[in-house]
Design a protein around this ligand. Structure first.
Ligand code: SF4
Ligand code: SF4
Length: 357
């Protein structure tokens, strides 16, 4: 296993971390706990959970599975998305009870969606309550997790409140997130990436992502994890494990690890060639005269393409990843300015029509 320093916290965490959101039988504490122990035995020392994961059983699973391991042999994180300080405090205390711990190593202000959302957390007292909990020793380090775009998230990180950040980063969405990752690195923050396999889209579409592979004997899952770990700013890639063989495959990536070059001169042309009809998140299509956030809608359309035309997840992705409804897509006046500028020559107007309610 490869270990990396987590920012300036003094902690060293495994380059592959265990995400507790994919247990297939969360009611079976012994089986799930055994999977955690298996991962720990393979060198994974960072475990991430949250209230609500796996029918709200994930924290309990972690408490059950890790409680008999030496406390200093693992790091654990949980989260709160509450805006009100007193609610965050109650949730943290409940998490500690379920985890059978008197402190967590990392605690996330969870799922920051926008500058307005960040403002709400601050005004509601969530940040203050978390800092108070840190002063009391209930948490070691305060972090945030976010789906914000680079510039907005960079502004939050620059405030100097957080010691690390968790954000989605993979071969599909990296243009949206690269700036925040680089800023986090400049600020010497720990960086954990989630969703390194793009919600399963990468393993489900091995031919599209074959360009990530190092050679013919490579596989896209390993290549996608290597893609994450090759970025020098990334401390650890969080993988939601459901089986021992998945752990073995991910851990193998860290053995004799050699980073692949990630500079945009090499990677971006490969991404664009491999993605043909996919939006690369470059933002060149903006501005739009009616203020449609075109790259966000095109990101959602990427999922439609990679899901072989199925539109079932559109509303959820708009809401969960971008805090949007489909309505703005219906306001396009078809001026064509975005299509003239699109580096991928995408039929943006037609795609917006398909995404409109
Ligand atoms: S075609 Fe539609 S989406 Fe594109 S710039 Fe014009 S109004 Fe905006
Ligand atoms: S210019 Fe094209 S590829 Fe770039 S973000 Fe806009 S729609 Fe996506």
């Amino acid at each position: 296993m490869l270990y990396r320093p987590f920012g300036t916290t003094g902690k060293s965490i495994s380059a592959i971390s265990f995400g507790g959101m994919r247990f297939t039988e969360p009611q079976d504490l012994d089986t799930c706990g055994a999977l955690l122990k298996y991962a720990h035995g393979k060198g994974i020392n960072y475990f991430d959970t949250a209230p609500a994961y796996c029918d709200d059983r994930s924290e309990e699973i972690f408490g059950h599975g890790l409680s008999d391991l030496p406390r200093e042999s693992f790091h654990i994180s949980t989260k709160s998305g509450k805006a009100a300080g007193d609610e965050l405090r109650r949730q943290l205390e409940k998490s500690l009870t379920r985890l059978q711990l008197d402190r967590v190593d990392f605690f996330y202000i969870w799922h920051l969606m926008s500058p307005e959302d960040w403002d709400k957390r601050r005004r509601g007292g969530a940040v203050e309550a978390a800092l108070q909990a840190r002063d009391e020793g209930l948490i070691d380090n305060l972090l945030c997790s976010s789906h914000m775009e680079g510039d907005d998230l960079s502004a939050v990180l620059a405030e100097g409140i957080f010691e690390g950040v968790l954000l989605g980063y993979n071969a599909l969405n990296f243009p949206y997130r690269r700036k925040a990752i680089e800023q986090a690195s400049d600020l010497q923050l720990g960086v954990v990436t989630m969703n390194p396999l793009a919600g399963g889209l990468i393993p489900q579409n091995p031919e599209r992502f074959a360009f990530l592979k190092r050679d013919a004997g490579d596989d896209v899952v390993s290549a996608a994890l290597r893609f994450n770990l090759s970025h020098s700013a990334i401390t650890s890639a969080l993988v939601g494990f459901a089986a021992e063989q998945e752990i073995d495959q991910a851990v193998a990536v860290t053995e004799n690890f050699v980073p692949v070059p990630l500079d945009s001169q090499r990677l971006t042309p490969n991404i664009e060639a491999g993605f043909d009809a996919l939006c690369t998140g470059c933002n060149y299509c903006l501005p739009c005269p009616v203020d449609i956030p075109i790259p966000k809608f095109m990101d959602v359309y990427n999922q439609v393409i990679l899901n072989h035309g199925k539109t079932t997840s559109v509303a959820g992705r708009l809401r969960y990843h971008w805090e949007l409804t489909a309505e703005p897509a219906g306001t396009c006046i078809a001026c064509g300015a975005c299509e003239d500028r699109c580096t991928q020559h995408l039929p943006i107007i037609e795609r917006l029509k398909q995404l409109a309610p």
